[in-house]
Write a protein that binds this ligand. Structure first.
Ligand SMILES: Cc1cc2nc3c(=O)[nH]c(=O)nc-3n(C[C@H](O)[C@H](O)[C@H](O)COP(=O)(O)O)c2cc1C
Length: 197
């Protein structure tokens, strides 16, 4: 099994990274010999899309200018990583009710017409099929239930955008309440105990 671990927390003590690592440990126990590729978008952020990136996406490889060829390299690289992976673990801290902008920038390089999805008469058809995704979502508050449940835009957004490129087999694991006294101490062990593959 080839596992891709996408990390987007910049914190060394990150809950989402530790939860992602917990998922990967279990995957490796169940699939000895698995490889792990780490893509840390917090340490190596992807550029926000500029005109040259969008032009490069819409230009055939043989017609790209040297600038466009440079610009498309980030996207080609991350798409190759996704294509090579059987299982993708995405760490997503909740930032201001959404995902970190670094993870959004990665997504903007991954979701590419004619490469990871195509338009058909019935809409968007994802081209990255047959892969398993685990989301390791961390949040200071609690969103799986209670008064803030309808404020979680992270899981619905990630599920929608991943489905658009064919990644429909998604399991969500949450380490939540990481800022809440009385909850934070047990938050990680509770999340780790919920991992079932
Ligand atoms: C910039 C920033 C924005 C945040 N926004 C929210 C938020 O909207 N809701 C929430 O529950 N927690 C929020 N938090 C808390 C984080 O979700 C929490 O600390 C989480 O554990 C961070 O993930 P990490 O431990 O993987 O770094 C925010 C934290 C930061 C640094």
């Amino acid at each position: 099994m080839n596992i891709l671990h996408v990390i987007s927390s910049p914190r060394s003590e990150s809950y989402s990274i530790r939860l992602g690592n917990g998922i990967i440990e279990k995957l490796q126990m169940a699939n000895p010999g698995s490889t792990v590729q780490v893509r840390n978008v917090a340490i190596h952020p992807f550029p926000h899309l500029e005109e040259v990136h969008i032009q490069s996406f819409h230009t055939s490889p043989e017609s790209r200018t040297p600038k466009q060829r440079m610009a498309v390299q980030h996207s080609d690289m991350v798409i190759r990583e996704l294509q090579a992976a059987d299982t993708i673990v995405i760490g997503a801290p909740l930032y201001n009710f959404g995902i970190p902008s670094t993870l959004k920038a990665w997504i903007d390089h991954v979701v590419r017409a004619r490469v990871t999805f195509r338009y058909t008469a019935s809409g968007m058809e994802g081209l990255l099929t047959g892969k398993k995704v685990y989301l390791a979502v961390s949040s200071g508050g609690i969103y799986s239930e209670g008064p803030w449940a309808d404020k979680d835009f992270v899981v619905p957004y990630l599920k929608a955008v991943l489905a658009g490129i064919g990644l429909t087999n998604v399991t969500v694991l949450r380490v939540e309440g990481t800022s809440m006294p009385g909850v934070q101490d047990q938050a990680l062990s509770k999340a780790l105990s919920c991992i079932s593959l």
